[in-house]
Design a protein around this ligand. Structure first.
Ligand SMILES: Nc1ncnc2c1ncn2[C@@H]1O[C@H](COP(=O)(O)OP(=O)(O)OP(=O)(O)O)[C@@H](O)[C@H]1O
Length: 215
């Protein structure tokens, strides 16, 4: 389970202040964060993954109190337990689709079995035909789907996805949503997804509006 308690966060020198009393996402559960631009959705996601540390409060993933770990321990936690889909995808352009998807998994204890699963994800996301192509030559929608396959390849316990359907047509949006929700159910992971797309809201068990993030 992922839980947050009494969180307060402010960027150094910034005016934006995020406050959240309590939030829980259980194993097998999905949470969507919705709201207007600049409301704090990405900031909350970064707090949940340990990319940012709260000024006060606790971020707990299973038995791990993320906010009490060193930056290096948090990095290791992310590599082993978390799958992240960033808004800008964060692909390495000079690597192929295969290399991008498998890169974070090199540090996983499951690394022997990951390659076949990564191929399966690529098939399901309809990017397998680009397997040996460099990321630089992909469309935005293809890049987005590579980022999603990369986030899931090491079978993380926690999946954090920032606007993972933003560059996709309706058909591919359905493909991605089915995959993320099936993955969450089958592996009993916790899924947290940020979106502007209100149509996707009913697919999630829990909803959080950014209006709830300030006092
Ligand atoms: N590194 C930073 N330093 C200072 N302020 C920041 C920083 N990153 C974001 N902010 C500010 O924090 C607020 C919340 O930003 P955030 O990116 O979390 O919003 P968001 O809801 O994800 O927006 P969007 O939907 O446009 O991606 C905004 O006012 C933004 O300008």
């Amino acid at each position: 389970m992922l839980s947050l308690h009494d969180i307060r966060f402010q960027y150094p020198g910034g005016a934006f202040c995020l406050a959240l009393k309590t939030l829980e996402v259980r194993a097998g559960e999905s949470l969507v964060i919705l709201g207007p631009s600049g409301g704090g959705k990405t900031t909350l996601l970064r707090l949940m993954t340990g990319l940012l540390s709260p000024d006060s409060g606790e971020v707990i993933c299973g038995e791990t109190r993320l906010n009490r770990l060193s930056p290096e321990q948090r990095r290791r936690f992310r590599l082993e337990k978390a799958g992240l889909v960033f808004q800008d995808f964060a692909l390495l352009d000079y690597l192929t689709v295969e290399e991008n998807i498998l890169l974070p998994s090199r540090f996983s204890p499951l690394s022997g079995t990951i390659s076949a699963y990564a191929r399966e994800l690529a098939d399901r996301l309809e990017i397998a035909s680009h397997w040996r192509r460099r990321a630089a030559y992909l469309s935005q929608g293809e890049r987005q789907r590579v980022a999603i396959a990369r986030a899931l390849a090491h079978r993380p316990q926690y999946v954090f996805a920032d606007e993972p359907t933003a560059s996709l047509d309706t058909g591919r949006r359905g493909l991605v949503m089915d995959l993320l929700l099936d993955y969450t159910q089958e592996t009993q992971a916790s899924l947290v997804m940020v979106t502007h797309d209100a149509e996707l809201m009913p697919l999630f068990q829990k909803q959080l509006r950014v209006e709830d993030l300030t006092e």
